[in-house]
Design a protein around this ligand. Structure first.
Ligand SMILES: N[C@@H](CCC(=O)N[C@@H](CS)C(=O)NCC(=O)O)C(=O)O
Length: 191
């Protein structure tokens, strides 16, 4: 399977981590989304990464859809409960992480455009702060999608917004210390 992506995209990294954890054959195909490459636009009309080309040639996007697809390929996979409220709680944790990443990306694009203050910027930082507090209560001692996504999100904050002190949340710090060296995470970390 071919994954349109970039080395720094946290959405892409979530999927690379899942693929590694589940030993799925996913190959990263680097694509600079902001340059609107024709093959990416053909795969995903939104022009965003990630997009996954699967065996029959069809394309899946965006990251929660791709994550669900990858998980569905491995019956009994240990990362995300397949049914019941535990499933929906885990999916909500995924949405929480994705929402924090969305806020961080909005901030990043604003920063690149020279916008570093104002109501919209403050709003994103507040969302991330509240998201971290909520996420801290949703991770535990396991090695599930929730903890892996949490590490990806926290490291993305280190990359782009190092002033955000997510390590102040003891559970996030502990999860990071416990999982950061896992091959799935170490092998997908942006240089
Ligand atoms: N909701 C999407 C977000 C994907 C996204 O925003 N990707 C960024 C890279 S980190 C991108 O391709 N941005 C290009 C653009 O917004 O045009 C997902 O979960 O896949």
């Amino acid at each position: 399977m071919k994954l349109f992506g970039s080395l720094t995209s946290p959405y892409v990294r979530k999927l690379r981590v899942i693929a590694s954890e589940l030993a799925l054959p996913v190959t990263l195909y680097e694509s600079a989304a902001l340059e609107d490459p024709a093959d990416l636009i053909a795969a995903n009309p939104l022009g965003k990464v990630p997009a996954l080309v699967i065996g029959d040639g069809s394309v899946l996007y965006d990251s929660p859809v791709i994550a669900a697809y990858l998980l569905s390929l491995v019956p009994g996979q240990p990362l995300l409960p397949e049914s019941g409220m535990a499933h929906w709680h885990a999916r909500t944790t995924e949405a929480l992480v994705d929402g924090m990443l969305d806020a961080a990306i909005v901030l990043r694009f604003n920063q690149v455009g020279g916008v570093t203050s104002g109501m919209w910027v403050d709003r994103q930082f507040r969302a991330i702060d509240r998201g971290l507090a909520a996420l801290a209560g949703r991770v535990g001692d396991g090695t599930t999608y929730a903890e892996l996504c949490a590490v990806v999100a926290c490291e993305y904050l280190d990359l782009r917004w190092p002033q955000i002190d997510w390590r102040a949340h003891a559970t996030l710090k502990a999860v990071h210390e416990r999982l950061a060296d896992r091959p799935s995470l170490a092998g997908s970390r942006p240089a």
